[in-house]
Design a protein around this ligand. Structure first.
Ligand SMILES: Cc1cc2nc3c(=O)[nH]c(=O)nc-3n(C[C@H](O)[C@H](O)[C@H](O)COP(=O)(O)O)c2cc1C
Length: 157
């Protein structure tokens, strides 16, 4: 098996906690994606009216992210890509990242945390936006996940 990397974006730490566990369970290097300006909305995300940030999400405006060392990502054959669900899909920072590096030829396993929404729409958006990437089925993880669940998912096609 080749090298693997867990890449994640996390605003309030939930996805980070899962990403750390996936990195340990799969023996992967852990790499964080950070927004250059931490402008995550603090308003109630369910209140979709009058939210400037929600507009940028709908329009898929790409916010700048901090520089990431591409070497471990280029060397990896498997990527676990984690994010919180924002308004039913991926945070724009994930797309900024995907625009910045070529993951074609790698196996990419998306995972998320969320209040309740499934990963379905997010994976559809990723597949539609980046069709050349080998996307595997995504998984929403609850904080109660077991290491066995992680291992079963990582081995799945
Ligand atoms: C801007 C924004 C939009 C969100 N949209 C959803 C949503 O559509 N469905 C949902 O179940 N949770 C939604 N949430 C909740 C987050 O997905 C959830 O709290 C997640 O675990 C946060 O992960 P993090 O701590 O790694 O940032 C939203 C949170 C934010 C900040």
């Amino acid at each position: 098996m080749g090298q693997s990397v867990v890449l994640y974006f996390s605003s309030t730490g939930h996805t980070q906690a899962i990403a750390e566990r996936i990195a340990i369970a799969t023996g992967s290097q852990l790499v964080a994606i950070h927004a250059q300006v931490h402008d995550t909305p603090t308003e109630d995300w369910r209140d979709q009216q009058n939210q400037e940030y929600h507009r940028t999400h709908v329009e898929r405006v790409r916010p700048a992210i901090q520089a990431i060392d591409p070497a471990p990502i280029k060397a990896a054959t498997t990527i676990y890509l984690g994010f919180p669900i924002w308004w039913a899909t991926v945070p724009q920072e994930i797309e900024t990242f995907l625009d910045s590096i070529d993951l074609v030829g790698k196996d990419v396993h998306p995972f998320c945390t969320s209040g309740e929404t499934s990963i379905f729409e997010a994976v559809k958006q990723l597949r539609d936006g980046y069709p050349a990437i080998r996307w595997h089925s995504g998984r929403r993880f609850a904080s109660s996940l077991t290491n066995q669940e992680i291992e079963d998912w990582a081995e799945e096609d």
